[in-house]
Design a protein around this ligand. Structure first.
Ligand code: CA
Length: 229
């Protein structure tokens, strides 16, 4: 399945350029020329990434970004006409993943989009926060996960692994897939590393809820997180 990118940009010529560059790189695109309906659209039809113009006719891109962040973990790339450092700080503070200054090369944008997806797809996924299990709360800014309201003390790999499960309850992930998603250099690691980290996560979850074992082992297939937690 092609990754789907939502482009929110009021200038048709710029939107066309972006569409063309992204589609050439193998992405599917949806274009919206204004900010209203974007939230509704994201809830109805999840996308893999949003390219968001800061200067929209009906709502400011920064405001829209904040609204999106309240409900969705989808990566956001800002398009801005201003190059001041302040934009960068503001953009990233309100939850954007990257920004690009106009005029920009559409190919550069496509390259950034690809890099962000590679970096984030594994962890933050396109699931909206409402879909996540109730037992877990993920604070992506602090790389912190709570389990039944109690913070779990996780290593970086444990955090990434658990995020992947939480974003897709019930889905069975093979060790190889988990390794690809989580490790920076999968070929340097061993399958057993996944098992070791899962074992640690299980132990930490058990310390909080001794009678519950939410991570399931599927013999010779991999691991999944129980649904309906
Ligand atoms: Ca604009």
């Amino acid at each position: 399945m092609k990754p789907k990118i939502l482009i929110v940009e009021d200038e048709p010529a710029i939107a066309d350029n972006i569409k063309f560059a992204l589609e050439t790189e193998g992405f599917e695109t949806v274009w919206h020329s204004c900010g209203k309906d974007v939230l509704a659209l994201l809830s109805d039809e999840p996308v893999d990434l949003v390219v968001l113009d800061i200067g929209l006719p009906d709502i400011s891109g920064t405001e829209l970004c904040r609204d999106i962040r309240k409900h969705h973990t989808v990566p956001i790339v800002f398009l801005t006409a201003r190059s001041q450092e302040i934009d960068r700080v503001v953009g990233l503070e309100i939850g954007a993943d990257d920004y690009i200054v106009k005029p920009f090369s559409p190919r550069e944008l496509a390259a950034r989009v690809r890099a962000i997806l590679r970096r984030t797809q594994s962890v933050s996924s396109y699931a909206s926060k409402e879909n996540l299990s109730k037992a877990f709360q993920v604070d992506e800014d602090r790389f912190q996960i709570s389990y039944f309201s109690e913070k779990i003390d996780l290593s970086r790999y444990e955090y990434k692994l658990l995020c992947i499960f939480i974003n897709r309850p019930g889905h069975i992930f093979s060790r190889e897939h988990l390794m690809d998603l989580v490790w920076d250099e999968p070929e340097m690691s061993m399958d057993r590393a996944v098992d070791a980290h899962i074992k640690n996560i299980r132990r930490k979850l058990k310390e909080i809820k001794p009678d519950l074992d939410p991570i399931q082992t599927h013999r010779s297939l991999g691991y999944s997180l129980k649904e309906d937690l």
